[in-house]
Design a protein around this ligand. Structure first.
Ligand code: C2E
Ligand code: MG
Ligand code: MG
Length: 580
């Protein structure tokens, strides 16, 4: 840019060239009169771009954009506005320089000067970048780069605000939770777990249009907000698509890893005043999938809220149930398959609810698990089972060898001093350790994979037998059997149920029994309901069985009646509790 000469020009130029801000002076026609060094660096094509007629050449190498990155209208360009008599105060603008354009943020101030215009521009790109990275940290998840929970809730709020103007719009909020992500993290390492989350984020984006908001709410929970749907069916379509893409194997460090998701959908906006309620309902729907995972997604409806209220009330009542003595144990006989003699019981908890009657575990165990109440409940069960068995041992000589199996929850294994606690119960009740069996599901092993072996060994050292419950319903069942010190394996009833029709199930059943033998484990078959089941298990030479064919779980009085009368064939005993 050529500089006009004027008195004291040297001094002005020296002062101005030392200034970090760009200074530009134009005449009343918008032609450049003066610019300092910073202006030359900042406005590579002259002042044409900011609304003057330019300096060198007749085009500019940059474009001026507003804060939304839209080009300014010619009448809004800074120089033009000042020449039209306006003053500018710290107006933030963006210069897009070169091709492909690099953006620089500037603040521009200016006003009329000597019939023309004086403008200053300061490059604030560094400060803006810092601000953006702070924003990024505050509102985006560093692992996946997706919006985080804060930003997502903010977007939900904005969507609700917009929805007031167009209440007929259908919006969908999907909450997506990976199933058993912890297993992957624990077994394959956090690095693989992280890779999986990144890949999942990318897959969710691939199913989304640009106007959807895809966020990571935390851990293995993601969410999608869709603001403009044509129907409820398209929300379900999206949920199904997402369910399907999560099922596809993830290739992580050269291994194929399979995952699944629970997807809760809550449709808005009409029902919602605030984002928190909306998110809560999507969560409720998601938990519905976890409770009954027959399909991978569930759409919230208000009956779920009634269920949720019942759940909350059940939790409140359950807190008092132990102290009020409302819990009961029923005892289901375990028999030898070969001659149908009872050799022990499984103790199963029931709750004599003051208004709802006798409740089965299916109605409250999951609530006890989720709320942590399973811990006091579990200890009560163990103590009561040992106490009752000891009383019976003294009362009925025939029961002297009977064992009792007690279910213990994974949550109990998060506690300290669990072994001492078990020992204390045995001491206090006088029940001998070698007649006690503890039933664990694979969940316990998964939740505590590092620490559990030592605890299990200590429990075994007391003389207690350890049993894997519901075998065959969990994950990598076979590898667990090798790693953990079990004595016995209880085959889930789903295997027994179908083994008489489904040849494949029968094969599996057969190989599980054989595998157990090879590992030196006893086998108990659960859910023996028909003479055919019984015959099949006999043929497989499975030792022990438990099921409605032999007896339902019995209240203590029914056990006593059976022991006194002795003659009652087990299968003719009255049903004391309803089947689950
Ligand atoms: P589980 O440990 O697998 O117990 C066996 C369940 O199968 C019992 O259900 C029993 O009544 C049922 N069952 C037994 N034979 C048959 C049969 O022939 N056919 C059918 N269809 N079902 C049969 P229940 O008593 O409803 O208990 C359900 C689950 O609740 C138990 O499954 C166990 O996981 C849990 N549970 C029960 N008591 C406790 C407890 O004291 N502590 C913990 N942590 N969980 C418990
Ligand atoms: Mg059990
Ligand atoms: Mg079981």
């Amino acid at each position: 840019m050529s500089q006009p000469s004027c008195p004291d020009a040297e001094m002005y130029r020296a002062v101005l060239s030392a200034l970090p801000d760009a200074v530009v002076v134009a005449d009343s026609a918008g032609a450049l009169l003066f610019c300092n060094a910073a202006a030359e660096a900042l406005l590579p094509g002259g002042i044409g771009g900011i609304g003057g007629i330019g300096g060198i050449g007749d085009h500019s190498d940059y474009q001026v954009l507003d804060q939304q990155y839209r080009p300014l209208a010619p009448s809004d360009l800074p120089l033009g506005r000042v020449l039209a008599g306006q003053c500018l105060h710290n107006k933030e603008l963006i210069l897009a320089v070169g091709s492909p354009p690099k953006t620089r943020w500037v603040v521009c101030s200016g006003g009329p000067w000597a019939g023309g215009a004086l403008l200053t521009l300061r490059d604030i790109s560094a400060a803006k970048q810092q601000e953006a990275s702070l924003l990024q940290q505050a509102f985006y998840d560093p692992l996946t780069g997706l919006p985080n929970r804060h930003l997502f809730i903010d977007r939900l709020g904005q969507a609700l605000a917009r929805a007031h103007d167009e209440p007929q719009n259908i919006m969908a909020l999907l909450v997506i939770d990976l199933e058993r992500f912890k297993i992957i993290n624990d077994n394959l390492g956090h690095k693989v777990g992280d890779e999986m989350l990144v890949e999942l984020g990318a897959r969710l984006l691939s199913q989304s249009l640009p106007e959807y908001t895809v966020a990571r709410l935390g851990g293995d929970e993601f969410a999608i907000l869709v603001e403009d749907l044509d129907s409820r069916a398209s929300a379900i379509d999206l949920a199904e698509k997402i369910y399907a893409i999560v099922q596809q194997p993830f290739l992580l460090q050269q291994q194929q890893v399979y995952a699944s998701a629970s997807i809760g959908v809550a449709l808005g906006p009409a029902a919602y005043q605030n984002a928190a309620d909306w998110l809560r309902d999507a969560d409720i729907a998601m938990y519905q999938v976890k409770a009954r995972p027959d399909q991978g997604w569930h759409v919230f409806d208000s009956s779920l809220r009634v269920q949720q209220d019942l759940r909350v009330q059940t939790e409140i009542d359950l807190r008092q149930a132990i102290d009020r003595g409302e819990l009961r144990l029923h005892y289901q006989p375990i028999v030898t398959i070969s001659n149908e003699e009872i050799c022990g019981f499984e103790a199963l908890v029931r709750w004599q609810h003051p208004t709802r009657g006798l409740l089965l575990p299916g109605e409250f165990i999951h609530i006890a698990e989720a709320s942590g109440l399973i811990i006091p409940l579990g200890w009560w069960v163990l103590a009561e089972a040992c106490r009752q068995m000891q009383v019976w041992t003294e009362q009925y000589p025939a029961m002297a060898e009977f064992t009792v199996s007690v279910n213990m929850s994974s949550k109990q294994f998060s506690q300290q001093h669990i072994v001492e606690r078990i020992q204390q119960i045995l001491d206090e009740t006088g029940f001998v350790a070698n007649r006690l069996k503890i039933e664990l599901t694979e969940g316990v092993l998964i939740d505590h994979s590092d620490s559990i072996i030592a605890t299990l060994e200590q429990i075994k050292a007391l003389g207690i037998k350890l049993l894997v419950d519901d075998f065959g319903t969990g994950y990598s069942s076979l590898s667990y059997l090798h790693r953990f010190p079990f004595d016995c394996l209880k085959i889930d009833r789903s295997f027994i149920e179908n083994a008489d029709q489904d040849f494949e199930k029968l094969e599996i059943l057969q190989s599980v029994v054989r595998l157990a033998w090879n590992l030196g484990l006893d086998v108990v078959a659960e859910g023996v309901e028909t003479p055919r089941h019984h015959a099949q298990l006999k043929a497989l030479r499975c030792e022990l069985g438990q099921g409605y064919l032999f007896s339902r779980p019995l209240a203590p009085a029914a056990v006593e009646a059976m022991m006194t009368e002795k003659t009652t064939p087990l299968s003719d005993l009255p049903a004391v509790t309803q089947p689950t």
